[in-house]
Ligand binder design. Structure first.
Ligand code: FE2
Length: 670
């Protein structure tokens, strides 16, 4: 007789433990054990949350090299069936070898579940028939559990599920996350002490009234925004380091539909626009995607959303100053080009229309589509096509945490028929659907890869551009890590080409994420290791850093409504000299739209207490030495980078924290 020592660890989530009886069967190259009930003196506490318990499984002879385990549970006669979330199982063989079986899955039924040994295996090297069988079975089940769905024609496909409770347990929020999210969602207005205002359809009587409402919940940056929102330098700064750093580009030729002349702009001293363009000091933000969108009707009133063009000048003291704003795309007499020399309220009103356009463009294109919806595509394709034992699954699954459920909630609570965005944003409703479609058709692979994107927008040497500085550095750190892990598994391009699971993963992303549009530049297949490394770097960067850059500052920058109005309720001035404080207040959103917007950005800026920062992998999917060492190096680099960001931020008037690895989450989780 020979003994195998089996150690079972249960995760420490509050509800992870089971009082049910647990059995195991070991399967090796030369045979298998009996189904063995795991019992010890600890009794029902063996599989309690956080417990690590050892047992002996006896076989008549050695069963050879272990391939997989079968594990399951049956209700105890006293205790009803309950759910169990084991972390992993370690088996020591009589030959002295140790095998590790990562699980990290909810077991909610009385069925038999198979888990393979932790060493990563690609499909073409999984040569044992039982290994191949369990691989096929796993993917077959996942194909049934994770189905593609079309929420709206022309946007990335999503996971089919009506309700968060339809989602498989393994991708649902934890108890902690659910409780905190629902609590903040349900009490958002109360938490911000805005209750009673959510039904008020009046206009704000003065800016002081907004001050009074706003003072109940603030951050250091939202305080700064409140103080500086009218200033040109801060207006310019936000195109680089605010919520939406994705639109600004260097301008070497004025667009034909934006006829700014030297007479209109004052560039300081003798500067001429053409010369400044030549020197690379002129920048453009063009909201053409918003042109002609059908706007919402809020409180029975038509809303206004412009498609502005903004010209900015980099001054000798490295400020980015707005010099001209045209609110509609087509030049006309009733579409004046506003300048800082116009009256205070003409210029401020023009800037308010730009900020409102930016809020709508940011939330739908930059935030929802380019991070949330794409992250869901990467996740669903991974879950459908790549088994747990595959190195890509081990590498990417931590970067999919909570994404399916948060997107399900976004569809239910924000963009559904009664969603907050649909009801209270200028683009809510039909405009939103058009904008999402236009947004997808403008996404390119290069625009998702920050080094290419910065180069294409000509922003390599713009000073004080912290999104770029931190983003490029973060990309480089992620790229080094991904390269280390993937080149450990893929020794040459042929191995990439013959990995059918990997190829299915990318071809599904091409089809369901980018609707088979070859013009996007998204690969349809992988032919080289380098291509694979770049794509996987983009996936991790999008789900972590990029999402943080466009998500984490929502309350900071949009909490103070005049800086980011969710909608505007008066048409823009068609001639100069017709605005005043009174017209500005009539233009800003009504009280109910304001407070709904505020409580939404409050909710969406709140990380849960169980959030996992970038590079932390509490679930240990890799068991080989090399990837484990690479993870350690990755964490070390991220920690050093965080210290550098913190030191830099001490000298900044407005710290840029959104790409600090200690702030960035591993996945799109909020
Ligand atoms: Fe988000």
């Amino acid at each position: 007789m020979v003994d195998y020592t089996v150690t079972v660890a249960t995760t420490d989530l509050a509800t992870a433990g089971t009082f049910n009886n647990v059995f195991i069967k070991l399967v090796g190259t030369d045979g298998e054990s009996q189904h063995t009930w795991l019992v010890s003196l600890k009794g029902p506490l063996c599989f309690y949350s956080g417990a690590v318990s050892s047992f002996t499984v006896t076989c008549s002879v050695s069963i050879g090299k272990l391939i997989l385990i079968e594990i399951g549970k049956k209700p105890h006669f006293i205790f009803p069936e309950d759910d169990w979330f084991p972390a992993n199982v370690e088996v020591k063989s009589p030959e002295g070898d140790t095998y590790n079986f990562p699980i990290y899955r909810w077991i909610t039924d009385s069925e038999v579940h198979r888990f393979k040994e932790g060493k990563a295996l690609r499909v073409f090297e999984d040569d044992h028939h039982l290994g191949r069988y369990s691989r096929d079975q796993e993917l077959k089940q996942r194909g049934e559990d994770y189905c593609w769905d079309e929420y709206l024609e022309g946007i990335p496909h999503c996971m089919r599920s009506e309700d968060p409770l339809d989602l498989p347990c393994e991708v649902r929020f934890s108890f902690t996350k659910t409780t905190e999210f629902l609590f903040t969602a349900a009490t958002g207005l109360a938490e911000l002490q805005l209750k009673g205002l959510s039904d008020c359809t009046e206009n704000w009587p003065n800016i002081d009234a907004i001050h009074r409402v706003f003072c109940c919940k603030r951050t250091d940056i939202s305080d700064y925004v409140q103080e500086h929102w009218k200033e040109d330098a801060f207006f310019g700064y936000q195109f680089l380091n605010g919520l939406n750093p994705m639109l600004i580009q260097r301008c070497s030729v004025l667009p034909k539909n934006f006829p700014v002349t030297d007479d209109m702009v004052s560039l300081g001293g003798q500067c001429v626009l053409a010369d400044e363009m030549e020197k690379g000091n002129i920048f453009l933000c063009d909201y053409k995607r918003l042109d002609g969108l059908k706007t919402n009707n809020i409180n029975g009133k038509k809303q206004y959303l412009m498609a502005p063009l903004v010209l900015l000048h980099k001054t000798p003291d490295d400020q980015l100053m707005p010099i001209a704003i045209q609110l509609k795309q087509t030049p006309a007499d009733d579409n004046p080009i506003f300048c800082p020399t116009d009256s205070e309220y003409d210029w401020l009103t023009a800037k308010i229309f730009v900020r409102s356009a930016d809020f709508n463009e940011h939330e739908l294109n930059v935030h929802l589509l380019r991070t949330h919806l794409l992250a869901e595509v990467f996740a669903v394709s991974l879950l459908r096509n790549v088994p747990m034992v595959h190195p890509l699954y081990k590498l990417l699954v931590p970067h999919t945490r909570y994404t399916l459920q948060i997107n399900n909630l976004a569809r239910a609570l924000l963009i559904s028929e009664n969603g907050v965005f649909t009801q209270f944003a200028a683009s809510g409703g039909e405009g939103m659907r058009t904008l999402l479609k236009r947004s997808l058709s403008s996404v390119t692979y290069r625009s998702l890869c920050i080094p290419d994107d910065i180069a294409d927008r000509g922003l390599e040497d713009v000073p004080k551009f912290y999104y770029r500085d931190d983003g490029l550095k973060l990309w480089e750190i992620i790229h080094r890590f991904v390269q280390g892990v993937l080149s450990f598994y893929y020794k040459n391009d042929t191995e990439v080409q013959k990995d059918t699971e990997l190829q299915k993963w990318i071809s599904d992303i091409f089809e369901h994420g980018f609707l088979s549009q070859a013009g996007t530049g998204i690969p349809e297949s992988f032919t080289t290791v380098a291509e694979l490394v770049k794509f996987v770097t983009m996936v991790i960067f999008t789900c972590s850093g990029q999402h943080s850059a466009v998500n984490a500052g929502q309350f900071d920058y949009a909490g103070w409504m005049p800086n980011s109005p969710i909608s505007l309720q008066r048409s823009p001035p068609t001639t100069k000299g017709t605005t005043s404080e009174a017209t500005m207040l009539q233009t800003l959103p009504a009280v109910n739209a304001t407070v709904q917007g505020m409580s939404t950005v409050w909710l969406l800026s709140k990380q849960s207490t169980d959030s996992v920062p970038l590079g932390k992998y509490p679930e240990e999917h890799f068991s080989e030495k090399k990837p484990c060492k690479l993870i350690e190096d990755f964490q070390g680099e991220l920690q050093m980078f965080s210290a550098i960001i913190n030191a830099r931020n001490k000298n900044l008037e407005v710290p840029y924290t959104y790409l600090d690895p200690m702030v960035v989450e591993n996945s799109v989780a909020i």
